[in-house]
Design a protein around this ligand. Structure first.
Ligand code: SF4
Length: 320
């Protein structure tokens, strides 16, 4: 197994300053030492409640923002140390699709230009751009007639297909998918996920799949990392995580998955109490301790580290 992307001890802090003397008035600690590895040709899931920092990781991978500390390496090279041609190659090899495809597609551009410009930016001819756009539209289940239309002429699901076509037309090695189906209805969600799986099998790329829906992540991904307040709480293969999840936060997430069969419903399901604290107010010790039903004396004193417990299974909790 070869790593395609490795994140090491990544932090992101936003400092608030007063208008007059530019004095620090507050600090939002959004990422607090994240380690994450994406394996070539695998789907890695990243799950957590909103505000846990998962979309910030996507922005840092896409170099839309700068990290405060830590490294992100693509194929062994720190992305912040590459420049010129290396940076251009990185932007070609790492593509992203967003939750809201409408805001990520230029409303004034026709579909053929939205997709074709990716080929042109990377040195392809006009003819090449046209041919590859047609091919990609067909691969994503859209008609050739879509070429001359604008984004507003399509449904939400079709717009996400256009966004996928635009991302994959340059044959990236890694696709960052930030909640790509959460704005769609359930039937469409599975169609888009199937489409991504088909295209991944054909074009061989890795996916970082970011979501708040544990159920879909576990079905779709090879391995999953669970995030809480800017830290990874547990990671393992998707199967192991669902069957043998250890962290009290993950156990509560698993128990909150709706059960269809009323005969299997029980009253013993634990619900996570309270709200996730803001990044300005990270609890001392284990960040989950104010909401944890299993907390001990040590939990509000010491930050637990992410420890391997078996194979690729690691947990950040003083219980293990
Ligand atoms: Fe709960 Fe303590 Fe484990 Fe944190 S370290 S999850 S507070 S038991």
């Amino acid at each position: 197994m070869t790593d395609i992307l490795k994140i090491k001890d990544l932090t992101k802090h936003y400092v608030q300053k007063s208008a007059f003397f530019k004095k620090e008035t507050g600090r939002a600690n959004v990422l607090n030492g994240v380690d994450l590895t994406i394996i070539e040709n695998e789907i890695s899931g990243l799950i957590g409640e909103s505000g846990c920092g998962k979309s910030t990781i996507a922005k840092l991978i896409m170099m839309l923002e700068e990290s405060s500390s830590g490294t992100i390496s693509f194929r062994g090279e720190d992305i912040n140390s590459v420049s010129g041609r290396g940076k251009k190659n990185y932007y070609k090899n790492v593509q992203m699709i967003f939750q809201d495809p409408y805001s990520s597609l230029n409303p004034r551009m026709k579909v053929k230009n939205i997709i074709g410009e990716m080929i042109r930016i990377n040195g392809g001819s006009k003819r090449d751009a046209l041919l590859k756009t047609k091919e990609m539209l067909c691969e994503t289940g859209l008609e050739e007639s879509a070429m001359d239309k604008y984004p507003h002429e399509f449904s939400g699901g079709q717009r996400q297909r256009i966004a996928i076509a635009r991302a994959l037309v340059v044959r990236p090695k890694l696709l960052i998918a930030d909640e790509p189906v959460s704005a769609l209805d359930l039937a469409l969600q599975y169609k888009i996920i199937d489409l991504l799986l088909t295209l991944k099998a054909k074009y061989k790329f890795s996916i970082l799949y970011i979501s708040h829906d544990l159920n879909s992540v576990a079905k779709f991904c090879d391995n999953v990392s669970v995030m809480y307040l800017g830290k990874i709480m547990e990671k393992a293969s998707a199967d192991k995580l669902l069957k043998e999840g250890k962290h009290p936060y993950l156990k509560a997430l698993i128990e909150s998955i709706p059960i269809k069969d009323p005969l299997h419903r029980t009253d013993k399901r634990s619900v996570i109490k309270g709200e996730i604290p803001g990044p300005h107010n990270i609890p001392v010790g284990c960040p989950f301790h104010p909401r944890c039903p299993e907390r001990m004396a040590v939990c509000d004193q010491e930050i637990p580290v992410l420890k391997g417990i078996e194979g690729d299974h690691a947990v950040s909790c003083h219980l293990f």
